[in-house]
Each structure stands twice: as C-alpha cells, then as structure tokens.
Design a protein around this ligand. Structure first.
Ligand code: DON
Length: 309
C-alpha cells in the first residue's frame, strides 16, 4: 500500500529546486507583490486524514478556485435553471476572453470562465445586498473547511476593483444582453470579493472534501450537495477548470481540478481525497506551473485518475 505522506513528501522534494518558476499574475497589482518562492501541498483523504508538505499552512488568494464554491451555492439556489444563464461546455479560450461572449449573445460558455462566474455571482446576489451575498459565500466556505478564521484579503479585493477593466467590460456586455439582473457594480463587488478570499492549502483541501466524498463533508458528517450534483461539479472542473489548458490538465493529471491566478489548484480524486497545491508562478494559460507539475506527479505516484487504474 502506498504511504500517502511519502508520496506528498516525494513530490515536494522532487520539485523543490524548481520553486519560483513561472510568472506572477501582475494584472492584479496586489498579486504581483507575492513572494514567488513558495510551494505547498495538502492532501485530505475522505476519512479526514491530512498529508501536507511545504507551505501548506500559508494563506494565498484563491481567486478562481472560489468559483467552485459560488457555483455550488448558485446550483443550490436555482438548480438546473442556472443552465439557462450559463453553458457547460469548455471554452477553448482564455479565462477573460470577450470574443465568444459576443458571438454567443451574452451567455458564457461555462461557470468557470470569468464571464460565467460573474453570471453566477448575479444568481448568488438575488434577494441580497452585495455585502450579504459576500458574507454568505465566506460563511459557506468557512463551514466547508470547518474553519472560522477564513477571510477576505481586502487589499487584493481593492486592487482588483481598481484595475479589473476586462471584467467590467464582460459584465457590461452581459448586462446589455439581459444576462445580469443586478447593477454591474454590485455583481462585480460580489465577484471581486469572493475571488479575494485567502486560504491555505490545508483549508482549501478540507473545503473541497465534499466533492471527493459523494457530496458529503465527512468532517461535519453533513450533506453539502447530492452525490449526482457533486459528480457534475467534478465534470465541469475536469472539462473547464483550467480554461484553454483543461485538455492538457486532463491528459497529464486525469483528475477534476480548478485553478486560480493566485497560483492555487484544487484537485479532486473521487472517493479518495481532496488535494490543494499552491505556488504563485503561472504558466501561459494562467494556471500554477509548479502546482500542475505537482499534481501530475501525485497522480502518477498514487495511480489516481478518473479514467482508470
Ligand atoms: O477575474 C479575474 O481575472 C480574477 N479575479 C480571477 C481569474 C483567475 O483566477 C483565473 N484562473 N486561473
């Protein structure tokens, strides 16, 4: 039997001399100030056992990984009605592309590209003030991770609010097509704040555990979503979680995963574990360079894959 702590340690060790590779997400100025020489891995098995290495306790900006949690909330609120607003096909385009949105009349391809996540934020906002919706998202993530200390990094939220011109364009485009029900500033307020939530690899792996264990959070024993919904969220992560790098991630890693420009990736080995990796340097698709390499090695060494043994 493979000792998972040995696997996690060996992956960290084998990549340690590459720490610092990749490019920081400098289009959000606050993220460009992060020390790139950081690398953490946390793996939580479905029985709640944690295996960690490196900077697994350091908080980082989860950015687009938060879209998994807002999607879960939005599906809880309006169920399959969400698919009238957002598609569920891979985009083959960059996460912040506007081209497809015009061709497809304001309906984003999937809930993980920025446009799709902005439409999801609009759904979460329904019936709330922006600050209530933000509070609901933070509370949900705290509940999933069983950790009340999780919070928003307001410097990151402010930094993106001041410079997120492309997202302003995407949101206005959708509003023009009638696919946002609330004022653009309110929707983007929710979106920028949930992207700015800061978590460690360990907290993130805990929070993702419901996707590895048929919709239940084994730590609290409670059901978060139905098992079929968990499977479908995993399917979306596999097909769309790494944008135009999703095919390559599926080929190399073979597990559902969601990346963020803060350098984190949440990956799910169904029935086995939730895994969070973090290293700030990104590849050309805006996904963590070392994080992807770490998950590739980890999948090889555990034999975990959704495609077979
Ligand atoms: O909207 C943005 O551009 C960021 N708040 C999130 C983008 C992101 O994390 C893309 N993921 N790799």
């Amino acid at each position: 039997m493979t000792d998972l702590q040995d696997v996690v340690d060996s992956v960290y060790h084998d990549l340690a001399d590459r720490i610092g590779e990749g490019k920081l997400a400098d289009y959000i100025p606050e993220l460009a100030t992060i020390d790139p020489k950081q690398f953490g891995i946390a793996l939580v098995t479905t029985d709640g056992t944690v295996h960690a290495a490196g900077d697994a306790e350091t908080s980082f900006s989860i950015q687009s990984i938060s879209k998994v949690f807002t999607l879960t909330l939005a599906l809880g609120k309006i169920g399959d009605g969400l698919w009238k607003r957002v598609g569920r096909e891979p985009s083959g385009n960059a996460f912040n592309s506007i081209v497809q949105l015009e061709q497809e009349k304001g309906k984003p391809r999937n809930p993980f590209i920025n446009a799709g996540a902005i439409a999801v934020a609009d759904v979460v906002l329904a019936g709330h003030l922006p600050k209530e919706a933000i509070g609901e998202i933070v509370q949900f993530i705290r509940h999933l991770a069983d950790d009340e200390s999780i919070a928003i990094d307001h410097n990151v939220a402010r930094s993106e609010t001041q410079t997120g011109y492309r997202n302003v364009a995407l949101a206005n485009f959708m509003r023009a097509f009638g696919n946002l029900n609330h004022p653009v500033e309110h929707v983007l307020g929710v979106y920028f704040h949930h992207c700015a939530i800061a978590m460690s690899c360990r907290q993130l792996a805990h929070a993702g555990l419901y996707l590895a264990s048929a919709g239940r959070n084994p730590l609290s024993g409670g059901s978060v979503v139905s098992s079929s919904r968990a499977r479908r969220i995993n399917a979306l992560m596999l097909m769309c979680g790494h944008y135009d790098g999703s095919g390559d991630f599926a080929y190399r890693v073979g597990l559902p995963g969601k990346s963020g420009v803060g350098g984190g990736i949440l990956a799910i080995a169904p029935g086995k574990a939730s895994i969070a990796v973090w290293s700030p340097g990104l590849n050309e698709n805006g996904n963590s360079l070392l994080g992807s390499a770490a998950l590739e090695l980890l999948a090889q060494r555990t034999g975990w894959s959704v495609f077979g043994q």
